[in-house]
Write a new protein. Structure first.
Length: 334
């Protein structure tokens, strides 16, 4: 499928959202290859991006509908999960080092062509998210998960470094958009994609802690000692960037299924999915006996964890019963 951009040029490589056959999945996964920084935006890179888009779409469709998840199986048997991690870090470096130099020159070109390299990171993060839900994928990824932990920590720090209203800017009116130049539009798209990627990393970290015992010991060391990820997760719980108040109608919204959704009146007590993911990540790290043995509980670290007690109430425990044990452990720490 091709489309026409704002400049009248054809926009090739528009992803086709049709479920792939097992033969197509096998061909696409087997064909995945390591790219160089200079490859980003080239024809072969765009082709691989298109394949990843289709694989991501099919993998999510299979998960939602409960079908045989042969996309994930193919990634595992072909040992291609490390390629995804490498691709994720590659496009992160490209966005940080190359994108600022290019955006002013390409802002007036076809909007789709300029958007694809920026959006690519979200595609790969989303695909990794569904892969790492499975323990076998974590086992196959091996030592590449150490680099993935570093990547996820950078994204969590980004969420904490910026005020919530600057992570994703709300548009008050259509008039506000008409005043933006081409570079500003690209900057806003960049921020939106960055936020989506950061939300994916919350789930990825949760799955890494779920399957910790199946991964190299270096991953645990990276989480608890090198980065002390609990010092990031607790402030993130308090900041809750996945919830916001709509500037126009004043309604509370939550970020779920990769978009902002209004919270209905009878749904206000339900925990957002990302909030639950964060609770389960903290639970995994605090309640795991090996993690607790490796985590030197200084007074500063103890005070950080004890800040969680105020958020554990009956409504939360009803939705996440394991938090009863976490609350008991926190009381013992105090």
């Amino acid at each position: 499928i091709t489309g026409t951009g704002a400049d009248g040029q054809d926009d090739d490589f528009l992803p086709t959202f049709v479920d792939l056959t097992p033969f197509e999945v096998d061909h696409f996964v087997q064909g995945l290859q390591e790219m160089e920084l200079s490859d980003v935006g080239s024809p072969k890179w765009l082709t691989q991006h298109e394949h990843l888009e289709k694989l991501n779409w099919t993998a999510h469709t299979q998960a939602k509908e409960g079908h045989d998840e042969f996309v994930i199986d193919q990634f595992n048997t072909s040992e291609k999960v490390p390629i995804l991690i490498l691709d994720l870090i590659l496009i992160e470096v490209w966005k940080e080092k190359v994108w600022p130099l290019l955006k002013g020159k390409i802002a007036n070109l076809s909007s789709l062509r300029t958007y694809i390299p920026v959006y690519h990171e979200a595609t790969v993060a989303n695909l990794l998210e569904i892969c790492l839900f499975h323990r076998t994928s974590c086992e196959e990824a091996g030592d590449a998960l150490v680099d993935l932990v570093d990547y996820c920590v950078r994204k969590l720090r980004h969420l904490l470094a910026w005020p919530n209203d600057e992570l994703v800017r709300q548009i008050a009116s259509a008039k506000e958009c008409t005043e933006w130049d081409s570079v500003r539009i690209l900057d806003e798209q960049f921020s939106e994609v960055e936020f989506q990627v950061c939300m994916c990393t919350i789930s990825i970290v949760r799955f890494l802690t779920d399957h910790r015992v199946a991964m190299p010991l270096a991953v645990t060391t990276r989480l608890l000692e090198t980065h002390d990820v609990l010092l990031l997760l607790v402030p993130l719980m308090e900041k809750a960037p996945w919830v916001r108040k709509n500037r126009i109608n004043g309604r509370i919204e939550k970020f779920e299924e990769h978009k902002w959704q209004a919270v209905e009146a009878d749904d206000e007590g339900r925990l957002p999915k990302l909030h639950s993911q964060l609770w389960l990540t903290i639970y995994n790290l605090v309640m795991d006996q090996e993690c607790r043995a490796r985590y030197d509980m200084t007074s500063f670290r103890r005070e950080n964890l004890l800040r969680l007690r105020r958020y554990i109430n009956e409504v939360v425990v009803d939705q996440l019963p394991p938090l009863t044990n976490l609350h008991r452990t926190l009381e013992e720490l105090s």
